[in-house]
Structure formats: C-alpha cells, structure tokens
Design a binder for this molecule. Structure first.
Ligand code: NAD
Length: 250
C-alpha cells in the first residue's frame, strides 16, 4: 500500500510554476496540502501554507511545525530550486554555487530527514530534478551539479528509507512552460525563434506544461507506483531519448 487517497502532502516552491501546478493537482484530487515557498503561496481552497526558506534550518523548522499541525506527511515533494547562479566552471561565483547546492540538494536531504517521523509506512518522497541532472548544459555548472546530486540523492534515499516502507523517486523535466521559462523566451532578442529552439530540444517539438510534470509527480507519490523506488522519470517529451539531444532531423 502507498499513500492513501486524500492523504497529506507537503510541496515546496509552491507559489508558482511547477510547484504550484503540483499543489493545485493534489488539492483538486482531494488531498490536504501544505504549500511552502519563500514568497507566501496562494491559499488553495483554504489549504495550509507557510512562508519559509527551505535552505535554512529556521525555515525547515517552520515547515516541521506546520506539518505537525497536519499530523502526518504522506507525500513530500521537494520542488523548490535556486536557478540564479549562471556561469560555467570558470565563472560561477562561490556564493552562487553554495546557495544552489544548499537549496537544490541540501534542503531536500534535510527536509526529508526533519519530516521523517511524520511520513508513515507507505508514504513517499518525490524530488523534482531536471534533465540537467542527467546531462549538462554549457555554462550552467552549479545547477547541473545540484540536479545531478539530487538524482543520486534520490537513489541513496530510496535505499536508506526502504526499510521504513517509504519510496523515493524523482522526475527530470525538460523545458516546461512556466512563468520563468516563458519570461526568458519573451525577453530574448527573437522570441519566436527562441521558442522554436526550446521546442526543438524535445522529440515532441513542444514545451511541457507544468501540469504534465504534476501528473507524473502525483503518480510517483501514489499507490499506483507502489513498486517504484529510486527511479528517475524523465518528463521531457523525448529530449533525453536522443543522443543528439535535439532529436532534430539532420
Ligand atoms: P520557479 O522559479 O518558477 O518556481 C520555483 C519556486 O520555488 C518559486 O516560487 C520560488 O520562490 C520557490 N523557491 C525558490 N527557492 C526557495 C527556497 N529556498 N525556499 C522556498 N521556496 C523557494 O521554478 P519552476 O520552473 O517552476 O521549477 C520548479 C522545479 O522544477 C525546480 O526544481 C526546477 O529546477 C525544476 N525544473 C524546471 C524546469 C522548467 O523548465 N521550468 C525544467 C526542469 C526542472
């Protein structure tokens, strides 16, 4: 048996983008949701929310207190990420590198640990990694390293939490049509071309929708996925199916 229908779910980074879509899907399907974000997340049909930085011990304490009030955590979704330390290995600032690793890698570890006694047998952790945790993008060293770390932390946690009956899996999204990605496209020199370039990275020749990532997260956290643990599921429209990355005919 895995997380029961109507169970309680904690989603980090739930104020916008993929995290918000995840929180909305769980609410829609009758779950109790605690939305966590640096910015106060929207109140989804009166569900619980907390403003907290997952990258600090104090922030995680706040999350623990809010989760205790809900009684248990059937599914923890580690979705929050810091994506603002650009640069290759020769450029990235040490500060940006550190913050990236703290938010994207240390926080999922420590949040899993601090909440562990609230996660029942049959519960699940779902980490939101990235295709950039499977392969690297030029000039994005910190993010690549953090997501690569999260991919293997997912496997380590799957092994270490299996005796407790807790499953741990991850999704690895391709380019998803979030506010951030659409904003980057819109502010580029040639938005139409940039959008096509993004689309052509995927075999399906389009961007993914936040809800499509949410649906896979939901599945991984549910009883339907009761024999999946330590799995990294690409939600990438076939991007990583091609060794040429683009899947683009030449
Ligand atoms: P986003 O920037 O739109 O939203 C991230 C949310 O997390 C924001 O609301 C932000 O305030 C919150 N957040 C950031 N740092 C936090 C912290 N320290 N504590 C609490 N909340 C924090 O991002 P998104 O595009 O929706 O991405 C969500 C997840 O999906 C991330 O893990 C990202 O790496 C991953 N991802 C996104 C894409 C994409 O194309 N959008 C692709 C692959 C992976």
């Amino acid at each position: 048996p895995a997380a029961p229908p109507g169970g309680t779910v904690v989603v980090t980074g739930a104020a916008r983008g993929i995290g918000r879509a995840i929180a909305e899907l769980y609410v829609e399907r009758g779950h109790t949701v605690l939305s966590v974000d640096l910015n106060l997340p929207p109140a989804l049909r009166g569900q619980a929310r907390v403003k907290a930085d997952v990258g600090t011990a104090a922030g995680r304490e706040r999350i623990l207190r809010a989760a205790r009030e809900l009684g248990k955590v059937d599914v923890l979704v580690n979705n929050a990420a810091f994506q603002d330390a650009p640069g290759g290995v020769l450029e990235v600032s040490e500060r940006g590198w550190s913050r990236t690793l703290v938010v994207n890698l240390t926080a999922p570890l420590m949040l899993t640990r601090i909440l562990i006694d609230l996660i029942p047998r049959g519960g699940a952790v779902v980490n939101v990694a990235s295709v950039q945790g499977l392969f690297a993008e030029q000039g994005n060293a910190a993010y690549n390293a953090s997501k690569g770390g999260l991919v293997n932390l997912t496997r380590a946690a799957a092994l270490d939490l299996a005796p407790r009956g807790i499953r741990v899996n991850a999704v690895a999204p391709g380019a998803i049509a979030t506010e951030a990605v659409l904003g980057a496209i819109a502010s580029s020199e040639n938005p139409e071309q940039t959008r096509r370039d993004y689309e052509d990275l995927h075999a399906l020749r389009r961007l993914g929708e936040p809800r499509e990532v949410a649906q896979t997260v939901y599945f991984l956290g549910s009883a339907e996925a009761s024999f999946l643990t330590g799995a990294i599921v690409p939600v990438d429209g076939g991007m990583t199916a091609s060794f040429m990355m683009a899947g683009r005919p030449v």
